[in-house]
Design a protein around this ligand. Structure first.
Ligand code: 5GP
Length: 291
């Protein structure tokens, strides 16, 4: 019988480090699939250039998808004649596309739409319109500022204290958060994930730094920049906000100027010349997205 290869201490150490790295990477990727940050399609693409992912079992990948348990994953593989122990690298091209088709049909995840743009451009009016659409879920953010006179806790924002905001940041409860004009705003992670897994399209109405954070974690999100028809219109909207002090208004104008320069980093720019047109464009973007 052949002797097993004898490795030097250094070779053993390297092999161990490689194995640890591969395990960690696979766990990280599965976690991201589970949280809806990346799709099965993206993992299959990753496997083409990353051996650690190529060696992941197909069953493990499927089970990390919300809505696909152990049994469902086995049934799916039987149906597509994929052996239960098959690794991603062993999938043929027909099997790959059949798998993606099946997943697309079985549990179509919702689309994550991020609507951003300068303060005063009319994001919240658009969000209110989308809220009444059956297949849309609009996230309600947490905020540390005081409610305006027309705002309702739990509807416009969850108004929370600085301490509570700190706690939620520490416990990872926000999908993203940012400081804006002296207050902090954050998107509660749980509701977004549940809605996407249930097949709803999700709208986040947030400022630019937050949109960037979403992009960093989710290649699937669609980032939309809502632009005013022109600068003068934006100024008049911001100046018309009776609830702001003059200092606050000046601060918001400065911020808006900065925010306008970020438009080119977004996937789409939509001019807010008419709310209905914006709503139709957003619904179109969400429904064109496949798995
Ligand atoms: P306002 O105080 O006028 O309601 O909101 C100020 C800014 O904060 C707006 O640009 C709004 O889109 C943004 N915003 C609201 N909620 C969130 C959030 O959860 N995260 C981030 N990053 N920005 C938010």
């Amino acid at each position: 019988m052949a002797n097993p290869p004898i490795l030097t201490a250094e070779q053993r150490k390297q092999a161990l480090e490689r194995a640890t790295y591969s395990r960690r990477l696979r766990a990280e990727v599965k976690g991201r699939v589970k949280r809806g940050e990346i799709s099965v399609r993206q993992v299959l693409a990753m496997a083409d250039s990353e051996p650690a992912i190529a060696k992941m079992r197909v069953s493990e990948l499927l089970e990390s998808r919300v809505g696909v348990g152990k049994i469902r994953s086995l049934v799916l593989m039987d149906k597509l004649h994929i052996s239960h122990s098959r690794r991603i690298q062993g999938l043929g091209s027909h099997q790959r596309s059949a798998l993606l088709n099946e997943l697309g049909g079985a549990i179509a995840r919702g689309t994550l739409l991020v609507l951003s743009g300068p303060g005063g451009v009319g994001k919240s009016t658009v969000a209110t319109q989308l809220r009444s659409r059956a297949n849309f879920w609009v996230s309600v953010s947490a905020a540390t500022r005081q409610p305006r006179s027309n705002e309702v806790d739990g509807v416009d924002y969850f108004f929370i204290s600085e301490n509570e905001f700190d706690r939620r940041v520490k416990d990872g409860e926000f999908l993203e958060w940012a400081q804006f004009a002296g207050a902090r705003y954050g998107t509660p992670r749980e509701g977004v994930e549940k809605a996407l897994a249930a097949g709803k399209n999700v709208l986040l109405e947030i400022e630019i730094a937050g949109a960037r954070q979403v992009r960093a974690h989710s290649a699937e999100a669609i980032l939309v920049f809502l632009s005013p028809p022109n600068w003068e219109e934006l100024v008049s909207r911001l100046e018309g906000r009776g609830s702001d002090t003059p200092e606050r208004r000046a601060q918001r104008l400065d911020l808006a100027r900065n925010e306008m320069s970020a438009a080119s980093k977004f996937d789409h720019i939509i001019v807010n010349d008419e709310v209905n047109r914006v709503v139709v464009a957003l619904v179109g973007l969400a429904s064109n997205r496949s798995l």
